[in-house]
Design a protein around this ligand. Structure first.
Ligand code: SF4
Length: 343
């Protein structure tokens, strides 16, 4: 069974053109895009013909338009780094940047300026991370992110997890990954076995469009679920990809059918060259309000914004409650207002 990154991924403009994913007429402009932001489309995603999937991975000349409000590090990864490779923003949890590579390079990624540069966290750096966590027992959860942590071999992940588990201070380890969807063949039996351990391993799968959940992705999710890995999902709200009620509803319904609980719907970050993907907060709230009335509660994610500059993530509505003098006014899913009194 093959492990590691898929050697058949499309990583050049030539390969994308041969696969019919880009047009030769755009070549000069796309060279400029590719010089700035990495290109990689996994074989599994190259095979999906849907515009909502292709728009996430195929470079676009609009990426050359950089707006003044866009940032290199929109969520402030670098502002809370006590040791290289670790972001510690909240007392009880820390983010481990286990590698900088991914199996796909998403055109909207908020880490697009840093992903792909360099490989996995080195052994000496991981030693420093472990030492920091040992000295900081308030950290109860380590969140593996990247890049995409599941591009690492099962052996390397197993070693890292063993050392974290041995600390005895962690309650849970969480992985944020796109691999089960964009490269389901990398969810091997060996990987699943490594994740099936006494220290609970949770997984947040990044998925933005229902067409990403292919039959192979469904099988990968099933394997993880069978190993007792609780599955959540994270979606970025993207114009031209999923910013329509019907697409979001189809995505969230498909996720719960695969035992994945929709967790966060992210308002898009202010990453460089991603303005064409961005919706307004009012548009996002309207979509969430529309879903509230037609989608089961277990399929409803929380709509969140990472406050630019590293000030944390907060729910951004829509709100159903407002204070009016001595009472509250509550809005129901159909938009009708009702008075509620505490006493
Ligand atoms: S970090 Fe995630 S969103 Fe960014 S390019 Fe990699 S897989 Fe895509």
């Amino acid at each position: 069974m093959r492990t590691g990154p898929n050697p058949h991924a499309l990583t050049s403009l030539d390969a994308l053109e041969r696969a019919g994913l880009t047009d030769a007429a755009d070549r000069v402009a796309l060279e400029a895009v590719a010089a700035e932001f990495r290109v990689r489309v996994s074989p599994a995603m190259a095979e999906v013909a849907s515009a909502g999937v292709r728009g996430q991975f195929v470079p676009d000349v609009r990426e050359l338009q950089v707006r003044p409000e866009e940032m290199v590090d929109p969520i402030g990864d670098g502002t809370h780094a006590p040791v290289p490779g670790l972001t510690h923003r909240y007392p009880d949890r820390a983010i481990l940047h286990a590698t900088k590579t991914c199996e796909v390079y998403c055109r909207f990624c908020f880490r697009r300026e840093t992903v792909g540069d360099g490989g996995p966290l080195g052994a000496a750096e991981f030693d420093r991370v472990v030492a920091y966590l040992r000295a900081t027992p308030a950290v109860r959860e380590v969140i593996f992110t990247g890049g995409d942590p599941l591009v690492l071999s099962a052996r390397r992940l197993g070693t890292m997890l063993d050392r974290l588990e041995a600390l005895g201070t962690l309650e849970v380890v969480r992985f944020h990954t796109r691999i089960p969807v964009v490269a389901p063949e990398m969810v091997t039996e060996r990987l699943v076995a490594v994740l099936d351990r006494a220290l609970p391993v949770w997984m947040v799968v990044h998925v933005n469009h229902p067409d990403e959940i292919t039959e192979a992705a469904g099988a990968a999710l099933r394997g993880l679920s069978r190993a007792g890995v609780p599955l959540l999902s994270q979606t970025v709200l993207l114009r031209g990809v999923n910013a329509e009620t019907g697409i979001l509803e189809a995505l969230f319904r498909r996720l719960i059918r695969h035992r994945v609980k929709p967790y966060y719907l992210h308002h898009p970050d202010l990453a460089k060259g991603t303005g064409h993907f961005r919706v307004t907060l009012a548009e996002g709230q309207a979509l969430m309000a529309a879903l509230r009335g037609r989608l089961t509660g277990i399929a409803q994610p929380t709509y969140v914004l990472d406050i630019p500059g590293g000030h944390g993530k907060v729910p951004v509505g829509p709100g159903y409650l407002r204070s009016e003098g001595d009472h509250w006014v509550v809005t129901d899913p159909q938009g009708r207002a009702h008075v509620y009194r505490d006493l």
